[in-house]
Ligand binder design. Structure first.
Ligand SMILES: Cc1cc2nc3c(=O)[nH]c(=O)nc-3n(C[C@H](O)[C@H](O)[C@H](O)COP(=O)(O)OP(=O)(O)OC[C@H]3O[C@@H](n4cnc5c(N)ncnc54)[C@H](O)[C@@H]3O)c2cc1C
Length: 341
């Protein structure tokens, strides 16, 4: 059976659901498909930071040296990677390395600034207009520094933001301890990125999904897209485990899976998944207890209520990207392997 729909959105994460919301506002009828469930991807496990202050792209001079330093100290590093012979991975690495130039940073900053400010404004409107109950907080983000070199780098970043008309307040030692009494005694300064915001991403997504469904969208979970078929330039058919779809327009919002989904169209999307952690404190736990103690990678994972590291529901490593390497990285950060027995 072929389902004929107006707009078909593939992926029920932040991008897919936001696209569905704005398409509905433009008068379109929307169907959302997700291989698992709404908010099953990184959109509900992230840190929930809305950061117009992030105007410097990750691909910047110095990042490769930093990454190599991190690789030498995997236990204490926020980043881990192992080289692989996968051509798509090597191609991505080469493109990333080529992008790490001053010229690229200079040309990316205006675009990232415009995107960040638009995104922050839209979050404010969306949360307000749709009354999304998601712990939305516009008090900014406070970065704390313990070494002179790190503080200097933070100050440098604040100056860069000022040059581009964005707010950032550098706090000296007395001021940072006055502003944040729970900061550890050896914190020597901070930068308050006052234009940033935060929210609870899982609650945000659930609330947004509810609104989108209430406005008539059909959301089909456990419906993986298996193949995209095209004739010439036109995408003609979307094959899924629950039958075929024909749509006026298709939005591909499958996050890190998008290259796999798009493969049927002969597209080679340069997207690679990255490992990360997020920590969700128990309800009722105040922020301060988290601040006034050292959190290293091991303690971080021990204390995490849940974290997402690229495993599927069965506990098997997914075949996504280089997820098999995550196992090695977990050993490196001394996670109890019995967790995955
Ligand atoms: C630890 C961590 C912290 C982060 N912190 C932040 C932050 O503070 N601020 C920020 O802005 N960003 C942050 N990010 C990045 C952010 O989470 C992602 O950029 C964002 O969630 C991507 O959203 P998405 O909708 O594109 O992808 P996803 O949320 O991954 O959604 C993709 C969806 O597509 C579905 N899907 C996949 N394949 C198929 C298929 N074949 N058929 C149907 N459905 C399919 C998946 O099930 C999934 O639900 C963080 C990321 C991580 C990992």
């Amino acid at each position: 059976m072929t389902n004929k729909v107006d707009v078909l959105v593939i992926g029920g994460g932040a991008i897919g659901l936001s696209a569905a919301h704005y398409l509905q506002r433009a008068g379109r009828a929307v169907t959302v498909l997700d291989q698992k469930a709404v908010a099953a991807g990184s959109s509900s496990g992230n840190a929930g930071h809305i950061v117009p202050s992030h105007i410097v792209p990750l691909a910047a001079p110095g990042i490769i040296g930093t990454a190599l330093r991190w690789l030498r100290d995997p236990k204490n590093s926020p980043f881990g990677m192992r080289l692989s012979a996968d051509p798509a991975y090597l191609s991505w690495l080469l493109q990333f390395a080529a992008a790490c130039s001053e010229r690229n940073v200079r040309s990316a900053i205006p675009a990232l600034k415009a995107l960040g400010l638009l995104s922050a404004r839209n979050f404010t409107r969306l949360v307000r207009d749709e009354e999304l109950n998601c712990a939305y907080n516009q008090t900014g983000l406070l970065f704390l520094y313990k070494t002179r070199a790190a503080l200097d780098a933070g100050r440098h970043e604040a100056e860069l933001l000022h040059q581009h008309g964005l707010p950032a307040e550098v706090l000296d030692e007395p001021l940072v301890h006055w502003r944040e009494p729970a900061a550890l005694p050896d914190v020597i300064g901070g930068v308050h990125f006052t234009g940033d915001a935060s929210l609870d991403p899982a609650r945000f997504l659930r609330a947004l999904a509810d609104r989108v469904i209430a406005r008539g969208a059909e959301v089909r979970e456990n419906t993986p897209v298996t193949v995209l078929e095209s004739t010439g330039e036109r995408l003609t058919r979307v094959r899924t485990s629950a039958g075929d779809f024909e749509a006026e327009q298709v939005v591909l919002a499958a996050g890190a899976w998008s290259p796999q989904v798009a493969r049927g169209l002969g597209l080679n999307l340069p997207v690679q998944p990255a490992r990360g952690y997020s920590l969700t404190a128990r309800a009722g736990v105040a922020l301060h207890p988290w601040l006034d103690r050292e959190v290293d990678a091991t303690a971080f994972l021990e204390e995490a209520q849940r974290f997402r590291i690229g495993f599927d529901d069965t506990g098997e490593a997914t075949q996504l990207g280089h997820a098999h390497e995550v196992l090695d990285l977990l050993v490196v950060i001394e996670v109890d392997e019995n967790l995955f027995a």
